[in-house]
Design a protein around this ligand. Structure first.
Ligand SMILES: Cc1cc2nc3c(=O)[nH]c(=O)nc-3n(C[C@H](O)[C@H](O)[C@H](O)COP(=O)(O)OP(=O)(O)OC[C@H]3O[C@@H](n4cnc5c(N)ncnc54)[C@H](O)[C@@H]3O)c2cc1C
Length: 455
């Protein structure tokens, strides 16, 4: 199957590859939204000379292959976060996501890119099972406790369902006829018994994060022409951590840098070595798990902006415990509305074969068509766009943002990456603040202490 992402359908600038040995203050590896945002804030907050290194082309990773939904959501449940880290730290982590939203708006306004920003005021998670529903309402109650209530649940007015809902959750619920729920979801599938209706003020939008990267780089080239260089088709194969610097290796030479920042998402086909101890640094490689996600999209529906996630416990869509749909009417530069359908995901290994990818693609394609038919009675033989992207997840399920506790020349802005647009941006600002010598409160995103060092 052929892949084509809707986010890369524009005239893209290209940058040269690196052909020689160079020196700089900071080297950023990876030119997706994490790397480009980190560059943006470092240029604004410090006077460092920086290079941005990309093994393919700008936004060729997840940034050019996502669902484009900017939202302040953590993938780990709020209950898990509060149990493990307490209320205050959890609250602060959400603040970091909100900061990503503020910064996104600031950059869109500053660069006059509003035409690529489509607000989606309502996003509706929907449920077929009472157990999943009770869990979701409980999460809403906890969200409320940290001042982040998202909305109210509409639940089918049915005695059997009512009796399973604990009293303390009633405040978040309205019981309604099922038709209202189905209408909200625009579905015909009567298995759905509940939907969360979010508030108008939800911080959610559809953006093209690939275009964002190109526009930000063009802006930075005008504003800071002497302070940074971008090199595409420059793959870093090895990072040597020395006592006073890091040395990066690529096919045609080396880069000597004071600091290196990994914005490499799930990619880990490079070595990190501790030159003093003469050993490999494996923390990142051992922590990161790779997940691939498949998305499909079609054009032509010009109805209002709409977002929903369908949690279906019936097991009808093998690789997808849930599907999400993001629909936007045409923005200024588009001729037709775009409806994006996502869901199928698989854990894969680094050396995942092309055959396995084709098999996953075929399964995802079929399951997506089935979901559309069952949910919206839409029949499709093909999609206008069909694409895949990869995400990196750390073992803790949390992003790493900042300096390595053991190797001060090594920094990260990566990990836990399925909803990664906003944390990539706020992570970039945070790294610039830290490199500028500012002291920040500790965060759940601080890179972990222990380093496993193997001979
Ligand atoms: C299917 C899917 C759907 C998603 N949907 C959403 C969504 O709706 N909302 C949301 O917020 N997030 C979403 N995400 C996540 C979001 O896209 C990512 O979190 C974000 O784009 C990650 O950006 P990044 O810059 O960290 O990684 P990437 O964009 O992957 O960039 C990493 C870059 O590093 C480069 N690189 C790696 N190794 C090297 C090396 N050795 N040398 C040089 N360059 C290297 C790669 O080529 C790549 O370009 C989705 C992701 C996927 C895959």
């Amino acid at each position: 199957m052929q892949f084509n992402s809707p986010w890369l359908q524009f005239n893209r600038q290209s940058w040269p590859n690196l052909k020689e040995d160079i020196e700089c203050d900071v080297a950023i590896i990876g030119a997706g939204i994490s790397g480009v945002s980190t560059l943006y804030f470092l240029l604004h907050h410090t006077d460092k000379k920086i290079v941005l290194l990309e093994k393919n082309h700008v936004a060729s990773g997840a940034t050019g292959h996502n669902a484009g939904f900017a939202c302040a959501v953590m993938e780990t449940s709020i209950q898990q976060l509060i149990n493990q880290y307490g209320l205050e730290k959890t609250k602060r982590t959400y603040y970091e996501l909100d900061r990503g939203w503020e910064l996104l708006l600031e950059i869109y306004n500053k660069l006059d890119m509003q035409e690529d920003f489509v607000r989606i005021n309502h996003t509706n998670p929907a449920y077929t099972s009472v157990d999943n529903l009770v869990y979701a309402v409980t999460q809403e109650m906890l969200q409320d406790q940290i001042g982040r209530r998202r909305g109210s649940f509409l639940i089918v007015d049915d005695e059997k369902i009512k009796e399973k809902i604990p009293d303390e959750l009633r405040k978040y619920i309205q019981f309604v006829p099922q038709e209202k729920i189905l209408k909200t979801l625009k579905t015909q599938d009567k298995a759905y018994i509940a939907v969360l209706v979010t508030m108008e003020t939800a911080k959610t939008a559809r953006i093209n994060s690939a275009k964002f990267c190109y526009k930000v780089l063009l802006y930075l080239q005008k504003k800071f022409p002497e302070r940074f260089f971008v090199y595409e088709n420059t793959e870093i194969t090895q990072i040597d951590i020395e006592s006073s610097c890091a040395v990066l290796h690529h096919a045609r030479g080396t880069i000597k840098t004071h600091d290196v920042i990994l914005c490499t998402n799930a990619y880990k086909d490079f070595l990190i070595s501790d030159k003093e101890q003469k050993c490999s640094v494996l923390k990142l490689h051992e922590s990161l798990m790779i997940r691939e996600g498949y998305l499909a999209a079609y054009t032509g529906d010009n109805s209002d902006a709409y977002g929903a996630a369908f949690f279906d416990h019936r097991g009808m869509y093998e690789s997808s415990p849930y599907f999400y749909v993001i629909h936007t009417p045409p923005s200024v530069n588009e001729k037709a509305g775009l409806t994006i359908l996502g869901g199928p995901e698989y854990y894969i290994s680094e050396d995942c074969s092309a055959d396995l990818i084709q098999q996953h693609a075929q399964e995802s394609f079929e399951v997506g068509k089935r979901f559309l038919k069952n949910t919206f009675n839409i029949s499709k033989d093909s999609f206008d766009y069909f694409w895949r992207g990869i995400m990196g997840y750390t073992k803790s399920g949390l992003r790493w943002v900042g300096q390595d506790p053991e190797y001060p020349h090594l920094w990260y802005n990566l990990g836990c990456n399925g909803v990664g647009i906003l944390p990539a941006i706020s992570g970039g600002e945070k790294i610039a603040q830290l490199m500028n010598g500012e002291t920040l409160l500790s965060s759940l995103f601080d890179p972990p202490e222990s380093i496993q060092c193997h001979e």
